[in-house]
Design a protein around this ligand. Structure first.
Ligand SMILES: Nc1ncnc2c1ncn2[C@@H]1O[C@H](COP(=O)(O)OP(=O)(O)OP(=O)(O)O)[C@@H](O)[C@H]1O
Length: 323
């Protein structure tokens, strides 16, 4: 795929997005003000696929809407492709394409018209427009002239991605682009996102699918209660998971799970399988198995599971439910 970001000047900084001490407090009528972002600082390196994760209500959409110019920040700074969003709002806006959670376009226009109108709004000269190329890339070429309202949910989402790319921004932000999209379409969407990234576009995505984030993202920041609680290369973040799980099948039926100081958690499944969570910086699998044997149980089978992003995510955001 051709480099999408070619039309842009070299940025003044190396970061695609730079956020410093960003705060947002929403005024709530008749109630206490809601602090949605509380001193958020991080950089999105150029050329990466960057995951922004967090539980519901953590502040992700607020952050993205500030970058999009839809929400006014309370304090702090943000720049996109080197352009401060306050000092150079037009350049900042031209440097970013945003796919929001809501599907927004006129249902009576066709996909090709939708893209042409969007290109017009961004002042893209007719000769430089590539509406059909974009539709081809999101597998919507055969729907180019259908009414947008006749598209399926997944097709509409793909049209939203194409719409965000009409002005060839060097940075693309996707806010939960695959929510409610079936697995096959998700895969297609991610293939396109990967291809854009390979073509030089920096991608920021928020997703609730941790497995997806783990597979796609070079780096992940996790926000919780409006604060950054992690910001690391994906591999390092996953490696930080302290807990490991070992499933032990024993040689007889049990009525209750045994206990031992080295078990963080133990669950009895189906009478003979003990699913034991242990902290890998305190004990190793051998010590856990020895503790099972000390209970007078014979071990028939053992399987372990590597920690994944979900483990890290849960341990970093534990206790945040009901926000
Ligand atoms: N316009 C608003 N007025 C008042 N409070 C708001 C407003 N928008 C968001 N909030 C609150 O700010 C906090 C952060 O919301 P935000 O939508 O940014 O979270 P999020 O991480 O995007 O969540 P989700 O994953 O559910 O979309 C939440 O507590 C939310 O209720």
């Amino acid at each position: 795929m051709a480099r999408q970001a070619g039309a842009y000047r070299e940025p003044m900084t190396e970061a695609a997005i730079s956020i410093q001490g960003l705060c947002k407090t929403y005024a709530v009528k008749g109630g206490t003000a809601k602090r949605a972002l509380d001193g958020v600082t991080f950089d999105v390196p150029r050329g990466q696929i960057f995951g922004l994760l967090g539980p519901n209500g953590a502040g992700k959409s607020t952050l993205i809407n500030i970058l999009a110019g839809l929400v006014n920040k309370t304090s702090g700074t943000a720049s996109i492709w080197g352009f401060d969003i306050d000092q150079h709002p037009r350049n900042a806006k031209a440097s970013i394409g945003i796919v929001n959670q809501e599907i927004l376009f006129d249902p009576f226009f066709t996909p090709v018209e939708t893209l042409e109108i969007q290109a017009g709004l961004y002042g893209v000269p007719k000769k430089q427009r590539r509406s059909l190329e974009l539709l081809r890339a999101v597998h919507l070429e055969d729907k180019a002239n259908a009414y947008a309202r006749t598209l399926s949910g997944g097709m509409k989402r793909r049209l939203m991605v194409a719409k965000a790319m009409v002005h060839s921004p060097p940075v693309l932000v996707l806010d939960e682009p695959t929510a409610g999209v079936d697995i096959q379409l998700r895969q297609q969407l991610w293939e396109y996102v990967r291809a854009l990234n390979e073509g030089g576009v920096t991608v920021v995505l928020t997703t609730h699918y941790l497995e997806e984030a783990e597979q796609l993202c070079d780096r992940i920041a996790i926000i919780n209660h409006g604060r950054v609680v992690a910001n690391e290369p994906t591999r390092e973040l996953v490696g930080r998971a302290q807990e490991k799980v070992v499933a032990v099948t024993v040689d007889r039926d049990l009525t209750a799970a045994p206990t031992a100081p080295c078990f963080e958690k133990i669950v009895l499944k189906g009478g003979r399988v003990l699913e034991i969570t242990y902290s890998k910086d305190r004990v190793n699998a051998g010590q856990v198995l020895a503790a099972v044997q000390e209970q007078g149980l014979g071990i028939v089978d053992v399987s372990t599971r590597e920690a994944d992003l979900e483990d890290v995510f849960l341990s970093l955001t534990r206790g945040s439910a009901g926000n």
